[in-house]
Design a protein around this ligand. Structure first.
Ligand code: CA
Length: 230
């Protein structure tokens, strides 16, 4: 039998930590817990988690600093858990290498869905076909081809660039700056207006209802996420 996926929960609030452990174990994960940054770093090499849930507000070390240390010290997918008001912290965490974030207080189903997505990506990264399907839409990353109900959708190069980047990490949020850096280049990383224009045009071409997008969704103040389940 395959071992259950190992998760490391880094959270200083004992009640939340306990809740997370119970929830995650009930859904079949093995869970290690750390109540501080120091404890987390010492557990990292022993537990070798596949997914890390990191509360940014820890007593003994700046959460953002810990993002870098954790990414440097392990191969784990890192999901940051942060308070609603701290948009700039979420963006900073993503830009420092975090793979996703959740807003506190989070919904249990949403948390489990993010973890499933993280584990799925890890499998995909080991060499599955790069093909994303959502409703009638097929994004074929290997052939740089997008079809909607069987008909080819013509995309401008920047449109394809943004879509391909999001599609390569379905269900994951990418910050505005990350997308701009990849598609436009580092010098344009703060030109969010360029990105908005391209996303608007992509939605016109791809969404069933461009005014209420279900494929390329906004993460308010942070970036965009592609939802393949739409
Ligand atoms: Ca905390």
């Amino acid at each position: 039998m395959a071992l259950p996926p190992k998760l490391l929960v880094i959270e200083d609030d004992p009640a939340i930590r306990r809740l997370l452990r119970v929830t995650l174990e009930r859904s079949g994960h093995a869970v290690a817990e750390a109540g501080s940054a120091r404890e987390a770093l010492s557990l990292l090499s022993i537990e070798k988690p596949q997914v890390i849930l990191l509360d940014l507000g820890l007593p003994d070390r700046d959460g953002l600093e810990l993002v870098q240390l954790l990414k440097r010290g392990s191969e784990a997918t890192l999901i940051v858990v942060s308070a609603r008001e701290a948009t700039s912290e979420k963006v900073a965490a993503l830009d420092l290498g975090a793979d996703d974030y959740l807003v506190k207080p989070f919904d249990t189903e949403e948390l489990l869905a993010r973890i499933r997505a993280a584990l799925r990506h890890r499998l995909d990264a080991q060499g599955a076909a790069h093909r994303i399907e959502a409703g009638g839409l097929v994004i074929d990353l290997d052939h740089r081809r997008v079809t909607r109900d069987g008909a080819e959708v013509h995309l401008a190069p920047k449109e394809y660039g943004v879509l391909a980047l999001l599609a390569a990490k379905p269900d994951r949020v990418l910050s505005h700056a990350q997308i701009l850096r990849e598609v436009w280049g580092p010098a344009q990383a703060d030109r969010v207006e360029y990105l908005r224009i391209v996303v608007r045009s992509l939605r016109q071409k791809l969404e069933a209802d461009p005014a209420r997008p279900s494929l390329i969704v906004n993460e308010l103040g942070v970036g965009y996420r592609l939802k393949p389940g739409a």
